[in-house]
Design a protein. Structure first.
Length: 445
């Protein structure tokens, strides 16, 4: 195993002084770096005694472990210390190693990992002076079949790389500036099925890196903010990513030409599964923004809806669509596939989700048809009764909701017959009832 020093998290200097006050007699020099391992092995955790007023000394073959109340310190020749801090619920354990250098604390870290019955399920590594190598990832992949380990390269710039590993799959999350020498090697990890790039402030993934990750069974998600639009070449992402979240912190960014350019490239991929537009305002701005779609933005969204058969979710978070071109987008949403449904999460947020499950789709159709049938039955009632029953029939819905239901049913009538042939027998009665309800609606109209 190489580069063991990269198993350690280096505490930022502005945080370290708080740790130094734990026991000053063990902290000899203010220049010592402070390292941390999160959720240490269970065999170390089991030694913990939370209410001890006096230290309990436990001798080990590699050093002396000293408990001081809620802290466990490893005193190894007084060169470095291991401090384990339990939170109140004792479920999240944080190990701190204090020493004069990375080499000085490395032996203690190795001792902890190599003690019998090691069970490590999560830890973090922060390094400001060295990046981990691909050998490190492969070592952990081979030795820990169910773990989540991560590498934060520089907390000051929020650079982060995480690996979530199970016996069947592996997922990667990256935040920050990409390391060209590292990520192509990560692409060789077995069962790597998901790669997520969050807040790539300084650089987007290169086309070569994304191509290395974008094998058929894998999913790439990009979370992009306006800084990315300004600094990166968008050509490298449009044919690869399957999930895209575009984050805006100013209202003027949304209808920009950069947005249109990005949408145009994304619209040609044909492989998108999720597209999200999120407005994340600064503290001085409102929580929600109304966006009147320019024609060119609407056209590109429509193109995405028509060319990406895999699209399951189109989400507008903290964004209210307005204007005549927004209607064009909504029409395209309903026409994109026969299985669209709309869910209003709040008055401000609307998520359009492609529902692949025909059984759930049957329930949606049943519910809509029942609501719609009751709505039109009011036309046969005298005005006084109609007014009395209106609130019960609407049941919290607005007239616009029923207009959407009408459009939904219009777009999906053929789907009822089409799916009916492939559904299990237990579901067919639901569709037959839905068909009868549909006929009732037609007669009512």
């Amino acid at each position: 195993m190489s580069n063991k020093e990269d198993f350690l998290e280096l505490i930022p200097q502005e945080v370290a002084p708080r740790l130094h006050r734990i026991d000053r007699k063990y902290y000899h020099e203010s220049t010592w770096p402070v390292y941390r391992m999160i959720r240490c092995p269970s065999h170390v955790r089991d030694l913990y005694r939370s209410e001890q007023d006096h230290p309990t000394v436990i001798q080990t073959g590699n050093g002396t472990m000293i408990y001081v109340r809620r802290y466990l310190m490893v005193d190894h020749g007084k060169d470095y210390l291991l401090i384990i801090d339990w939170k109140v619920d004792e479920t999240d354990v944080c190990c701190h190693i204090i020493g004069p250098s990375k080499e000085a604390v490395l032996e203690t870290a190795t001792m902890i990992y190599n003690l019998p019955s090691t069970s490590l399920d999560f830890f973090q590594i922060h390094t400001r002076d060295a990046f981990p190598t691909i050998d490190l990832f492969h070592w952990f992949y081979a030795n820990y079949t169910s773990t989540h380990f991560s590498f934060a390269f520089d907390s000051r710039r929020s650079e982060y790389l995480g690996i979530r590993r199970t016996s069947e799959r592996c997922a990667m999350t990256y935040q920050g500036k990409l390391l060209p020498s590292l990520l192509p090697g990560i692409a060789t990890l077995p069962n790597l099925q998901e790669a997520s790039f969050c807040h790539c402030w300084y650089a987007m993934p290169t086309k070569e890196t994304l191509l290395a990750l974008a094998l058929p069974a894998r999913k790439i998600a990009l979370r992009i903010n306006e800084a990315t639009f300004k600094r990166s070449a968008l050509d490298s992402v449009h044919i690869i990513a399957k999930e895209v979240e575009i984050v805006f912190s100013t209202r003027s960014m949304f209808p920009s030409e950069l947005t249109v350019s990005f949408l145009r490239r994304m619209g040609h991929s044909g492989q998108l599964e999720r597209v999200s537009f999120q407005y994340s305002p600064k503290a001085s701005l409102p929580d929600n923004v109304s966006v009147s779609f320019p024609e060119n933005v609407a056209q590109e969204l429509v193109r995405i809806l028509r060319t990406n058969a895999h699209l399951r979710v189109l989400q507008f978070h903290n964004i209210t669509l307005e204007g005549k071109h927004a209607k064009e987008v909504l029409v395209a949403i309903k026409q994109n596939t026969k299985l669209w449904r709309a869910e209003t999460e709040s008055s401000q947020n609307r998520t359009f989700s492609y529902n692949r499950d025909p059984i759930e789709f049957a329930g949606t159709i049943n519910r809509y048809l029942a609501d719609f049938t009751r709505f039109f039955r009011l036309a046969k009632e005298p005005p006084a009764i109609r007014q009395a029953l209106l609130g019960e029939v609407l049941n919290g819905k607005s007239v616009k909701d029923f207009q959407f239901i009408a459009s939904f049913l219009e777009q999906n009538v053929d789907t009822l017959c089409e799916i009916l042939q492939i559904l299990p027998d237990t579901v067919e009665p639901a569709f037959k009832r839905a068909r009868r309800n549909e006929e009732n609606v037609e007669r009512a109209v």
